[in-house]
Design a protein around this ligand. Structure first.
Ligand code: ADP
Length: 634
């Protein structure tokens, strides 16, 4: 046994930050490594020391084993934690770390090698009497043999790359007739992604739940589980919401599942944190799928229900200590949910969204954890995973936990890149999610009704918020002079773009209520939230997030009489770009005004000559004020 004093974290982002948090608490010094692109990243700022590895190219930085080990030596680190992803499951890395005389805070290389191959893993699990999905996992890869095996398994069949991971290289084959073409396409993909075209075949479970068990082993032969997680809410075979415990598991099945996971771990020579992933059919039959020989992204939900710090456990086990608790001492309490916040467009095939994170505001709350490797002003780049954060929430039971998670999401906002906060809220509020009826393929099959039509109330929430902002931020004169009077006769016209479509509203306030389109009278709820940033408003109403683009400049400008540009709403003139006599072209910006926290560009809607300009920068103007007039066309 030796005491680890300084840990180099061979990773970036939220997991690097998360590992450092535990190191700090345990008074262990930390060394960050980074690529040139990450020089100003949060994990670098947080570490006691930091070493630049090289360029943004992965092989030059986060995947460069030699440079990482050299950095550990140069800084006097005595251990390396690989986090997840990157080198965390590379046997060659674990070996190289050990060969350099450093402690690897992770699984043994032998376990990584075994579990890195889906066929070898399955063969060893079958030998250990752990239930596996019926399938074919032998070395003979000839077409004929695979085809016969597929027919025997029975369609639909799932083809998986033996060396696969991250859901890549998997093909569902519905019928016999599709098998051979799908096989060659799976092999091609596998070859490209993993440099190895070997596949295994499995019975495709049609309505599967993904349930996994957190296990831990020490060097004294102790193996324990820390209960299970349900990770069935996936898109493209990738988890986005994880929970512990798994709702709807009966006690007998849970006991069998946990025992099977411990048995699987005992069957291989294991050390440290691991996860045994099972797939479960609608009859509660569960089958081993794979073992992840590392800490998982979703380990936080397990920490929440058990009150344990799994990184601390990893460090203890790595330095030769026994597991901190025995099985009887590990208790689960309450319910935890983690949502993964990604920079992606859920309405557009989950396309990653890159760019500047202009504003990141992740709500902290009681019994809530926010793991994030980014801050406002950071960039989401194409080079790395687009996960922005994990929000992890604990409550006494699942119902309360869902509510609380929705609340945390409502209070959070991210501007600058597209993100899935709204999508996550839609799932959490969905009745099928609430009754625990989500399978791993539910989202991919579009089997949930996640449509969210715009409602007048949503516009009212925005208007109310904008109104308050105006009152608090502007001077009294503005308050008295313009729209939004307490008994306001005057309405403003509001044009918002929602999901690519323009919607027009007239809005006014009357006796503390908001009147939208003369029909809805609305008093905002306490749970309504509005986050405004530039020309975007994220309105949360009944837990759901509506992203409004405000307003559509051109339709506002064209709302004016064709020989005039009128002010679409009360506001302040920021800039005047023209003077009488100027010739302007269609779409030229004539004026910039600010109203309701956003900048509007008022544009010419035809080629014309300016006759008069009735305002100057700094002026407060009323709705419908004529700002610029054009000469009649010659
Ligand atoms: P990877 O290593 O690429 O992550 P896994 O074997 O862990 O692949 O499977 C990833 C996901 O694919 C699972 O969480 C599950 O949603 C789905 N899946 C895997 N095997 C099956 C199967 N036999 N039937 C149905 N779905 C499956």
């Amino acid at each position: 046994m030796h005491t680890i004093k300084k840990i180099l974290i061979a990773n970036r982002g939220e997991i690097a930050v998360r590992i450092m948090q535990t190191c700090r608490r345990l008074n262990i010094a930390t060394v960050a490594v980074y690529s040139e692109a990450d020089r100003h990243a949060k994990h670098v700022a947080m570490a006691d020391e930091a070493v630049c590895l090289g360029s943004v190219v992965l092989a030059d930085s986060y995947l460069n084993i030699e440079k990482i080990i050299q950095a550990a030596k140069d800084t006097g680190a005595d251990a390396i934690h690989p986090g997840y992803g990157f080198l965390s499951e590379r046997a060659t890395f674990a070996k190289a770390v050990a060969d350099a005389g450093l402690t690897f805070i992770g699984a043994p290389a032998s376990a990584m090698e075994l579990m890195g191959s889906k066929s070898a893993a399955k063969i060893s699990m079958i030998a250990a009497n752990v239930p596996c999905v019926p399938g074919y996992q032998d070395a003979d890869q000839s077409e004929g043999v695979l085809f016969e095996a597929a027919k025997e398994i029975g369609f639909p069949v799932l083809i998986k790359a033996t060396a696969g991971g991250g859901g890549k290289g998997m093909k569902i084959v519905e019928t016999k007739a599709d098998f051979l073409s799908q096989l060659s396409s799976a092999k091609r993909e596998a070859k490209n992604a993993f440099g190895d075209d070997e596949v295994i075949l499995e019975k495709y479970i049609t309505a599967p739940k993904h349930i996994e068990v957190q296990v831990f082993a020490d060097s004294f032969g102790n193996v324990v589980h820390l209960f299970e997680r349900d990770c069935s809410t996936q898109r493209r075979y990738q988890k986005i919401i994880e929970e512990a415990p798994a709702a709807g598991l009966n006690d007998a099945t849970r006991t069998d599942l946990l025992n099977a996971a411990v048995k699987a771990t005992q069957a291989i020579d294991y050390l440290g944190a691991g996860t045994i992933e099972f797939i479960m059919d609608d009859q509660d039959n569960f089958y081993f799928m794979e073992m992840n020989t590392r800490l998982q992204v979703e380990h936080r939900v397990t920490e929440m229900i058990t009150g344990q710090d799994l990184v601390e456990w990893q460090i203890k086990v790595a330095q030769g200590e026994a597991l901190p608790l025995n099985q009887m001492q590990i208790r689960a309490n309450g319910h935890a949910i983690q949502v993964r916040v990604y920079a992606e467009d859920a309405d557009n095939d989950y396309l990653p969204s890159t760019g500047l994170l202009e504003q990141v505001n992740l709500a902290a709350s009681v019994n809530t954890l926010v793991d994030s490797g980014v801050r406002s002003g950071d960039t989401v780049s194409i080079h790395y995973d687009p996960m922005i954060a994990k929000l992890v929430v604990w409550a006494d039971d699942r119902v309360e936990c869902i509510d609380k998670t929705l609340d945390v999401i409502s209070q959070s906002s991210i501007f600058g890149v597209q993100n899935n906060l709204g999508f996550l809220a839609k799932i959490l509020a969905n009745k099928d999610f609430k009754r625990n009826a989500i399978c791993t393929n539910t989202l991919d099959n579009d089997a949930l009704d996640l449509s969210l039509p715009l409602q007048d109330e949503v516009v009212a929430v925005y208007a109310q918020q904008a109104h308050q902002l105006l009152h608090s931020e502007s001077n009294k004169a503005w308050d008295v002079k313009d729209g939004w009077r307490p008994t306001g006769e005057e309405s403003i016209r509001l044009s918002v773009n929602y999901l690519g479509e323009d919607h027009q509203f007239t809005v006014r306030e009357e006796a503390g209520q908001i009147v939208v389109n003369e029909r809805s009278y609305y008093l905002p709820n306490e749970s309504d939230v509005c986050h405004i940033h530039r020309n975007l408003a994220h309105v949360i109403h009944n837990d759901q997030r509506y992203v409004l683009t405000l307003p559509d400049h051109e339709s506002l400008a064209s709302a004016s009489n064709s020989n005039e540009i009128v002010s679409p709403m009360p506001g302040k003139i920021i800039e005047v770009m023209v003077k009488p006599g100027d010739e302007v072209q269609i779409d030229d910006t004539l004026l910039v005004m600010e109203a309701m926290k956003m900048e509007l560009q008022l544009k010419a809607e035809k080629n014309a000559v300016i006759e008069a300009v009735n305002c100057q920068a700094g002026d407060q103007v009323l709705a419908d004020a004529v700002l610029v007039s054009f000469k009649e066309e010659a």
